[in-house]
Ligand binder design. Structure first.
Ligand code: NAD
Length: 511
């Protein structure tokens, strides 16, 4: 036994789930620098076992009542809250994120559990009237797909392990998750809570390891894929899903813009921007990487933003207090530093930050003078790096914000909510937050969340976020007459009768 997590009291709860047969294992080191645990890796045959096990558990699960399934989610909700301390510790050990950001994950998971458990109506049979009233009656059913595959990244290891799985399970499916290898234990721990809440054995499987090795066998055996990760890998998995004709949702990268209008409260805008740019130490798909401030307030805003950013505190280990931490790994920190060095070498000004602290931490960094020839201009850094530039009027701000291959999230800061709304409607982004950076739209679970363009395909959240885990089936009954001519009428007379009745139905307002 080695490592902090492996020696902890909760290891027994996380170590039981995977039945991996590989002789290989990975040893995970925390971004804080300590060794955490070693875990056996899954093989292709472990993927097959996990999918088969979930598939056989799913047969009975699909026959359980919606109410019974919802009860599991509601019990899970309570167990997550009761396990708050251990969950937050685990998330912090694995990711190095500040505890307030880990807590956002916990809030997200519990909100999702409650929202979906209380929105079962979306899965209930719906009656429809046919082309001709009374003659035809129809029902729309929603049948579970079977086994849903989920591939998730490391940045929100709790949220992205289960928040998408909850509606999939509630819809009557089994799930097999492949978390990022760097954050498997948070996923295993929270899935164990689902089992404690009453999930049937084997319904939710986990495979551990490299995406390039396990991704294809997983996609080849599941009935739907929920993928969250980079646009580069999203394109690969989308092609594989297309080949198999299975549905997929792709939640990918972003280069999100915030527009700060001249009428904004400067201090408030700086406070919002600090959280929006550097929340989760910038490792957030919907965090802001491009700030556009109206030229008349650009300098004043920059001063306030730099002051607030410099006041952020470094969190060196688990616990409350700090507002930024180390990045997920030294490799990622090196990648992010390369963006900063490239920008600096090509003439950008580093207003604050820009240096590596230790081997994996980058102080929150604000750049000005960013130009087209710099990589940071258009590429997602996925780190604590933001650039600021000015704009002359709303039309130009919209043009700048939309000038990206991505379209995930955006923000507008203004005292004039009407004007902000008008701008929001012209932004090409799946979510737009007015007077906030990202949390307002993300936490509105009734409304869909996802990206335009290179930021993805499909959506999570909302009623569509549960219905997508089902096949819809229409069963229509012909009650009287038929589509062929009755009573010996000619095709012409019957055809005329049908078209006349259509005219009538429109006149009386029939829908
Ligand atoms: P990544 O695409 O490298 O990895 C994501 C997951 O895919 C991991 O589990 C990885 O093991 C797996 N994977 C890697 N190669 C694979 C392959 N060939 N086949 C199948 N699976 C494979 O992404 P990352 O760098 O770990 O995460 C950061 C990215 O995720 C950023 O671009 C970020 O914007 C994005 N992200 C998006 C959202 C969203 O909701 N839109 C949320 C979080 C993160």
């Amino acid at each position: 036994m080695t490592g902090i997590i492996e020696n902890s009291s909760y290891w027994s709860r996380v170590a039981v789930l995977p039945t991996n047969t590989s002789s290989q294992s990975i040893t995970i080191t925390s971004p804080y620098g300590q060794e955490l645990y070693s875990l056996k890796l899954s093989t292709k045959s472990d993927v097959a076992t996990a999918v088969e096990t979930a598939r056989s558990a799913q047969i009975t699960w699909a026959t359980s009542s919606l109410k019974a399934r919802a009860q599991v989610l509601l019990r899970f909700h309570d167990l997550v809250l009761a396990s708050k301390g251990e969950l937050l510790d685990l998330i912090q050990w694995e990711t190095g994120k500040p505890r307030r950001d880990a807590n956002e994950e916990l809030l997200d998971v519990t909100l999702n559990a409650r929202y979906y458990a209380r929105h079962l109506g979306a899965l209930k049979n719906r009656k429809h009237s046919g082309a001709f009233p009374l003659l035809i009656s129809a029902i729309e059913r929603h049948i579970p797909l079977g086994v849903v595959g989920i591939i998730a990244p490391w940045n929100y290891p709790l949220t992205l392990a289960v928040s998408d799985a909850l509606p999939a399970l509630l819809a009557g499916n089994g799930v097999v998750l492949k978390p990022d290898p760097l954050t498997s234990v948070t996923a295993l721990y929270v899935i164990d809570l689902l089992y404690q809440a009453g999930l049937p054995e084997g319904l939710f499987g986990v495979v551990i390891g490299d995406g390039a090795k396990l991704g294809t066998p997983l996609i080849n055996q599941v009935d739907f894929l929920m993928f969250t990760g980079s646009t580069k890998v999203g394109r690969i998995v989308a092609a594989q899903c297309g080949e198999r004709l299975i549905g997929s949702v792709l939640e990918l990268g972003g280069k999100n813009a915030m527009i700060i209008r001249a009428d904004a409260d400067i201090e408030k805008a700086a406070e919002i921007a600090t959280r929006a740019c550097f929340g989760n130490t910038g490792q957030l798909c919907i965090s802001i990487e491009r700030l556009y401030a109206h030229s008349s307030i650009e300098q004043e805003f920059l001063d306030a933003f730099v002051r607030r950013t410099r006041a952020m505190t470094y969190q060196r280990s688990i616990g409350w207090g700090g507002s930024y931490g180390p990045l997920i790994s030294p490799v990622h920190a090196t990648r992010v530093m390369a963006f900063i060095s490239d920008a600096r070498d090509k003439g950008a000004t580093i207003q604050t930050g820009g240096q590596l602290i230790g081997n994996a931490t980058i102080a929150p960094t604000i750049l000005t003078g960013v130009a087209e020839n710099m990589n940071v201009c258009r590429e997602e850094t996925f780190g604590p790096v933001v650039s600021i530039s000015g704009f002359a009027n709303d039309a130009q701000a919209i043009q700048f914000a939309n000038d990206s291959e991505y379209g995930l999230n955006a923000s507008v800061i203004s005292r004039d909510k009407k004007r902000a709304m008008a701008i929001a409607k012209q932004l090409r982004a799946g979510t737009v937050n007015i007077n906030e950076g990202y949390a307002t739209a993300w936490s509105t679970l009734g409304s869909p969340m996802g990206g335009f363009d290179a930021s993805g395909l499909g959506r999570r959240h909302g009623l569509a976020g549960i219905v997508q885990y089902t096949e819809s089936q229409t069963i229509a009954t012909q009650n009287a007459l038929g589509f062929g001519p009755p009573f010996g009428l000619s095709d012409e007379t019957w055809g005329n009768l049908l078209t006349t009745s259509l005219g009538l139905m429109k006149k009386i307002g029939w829908r």
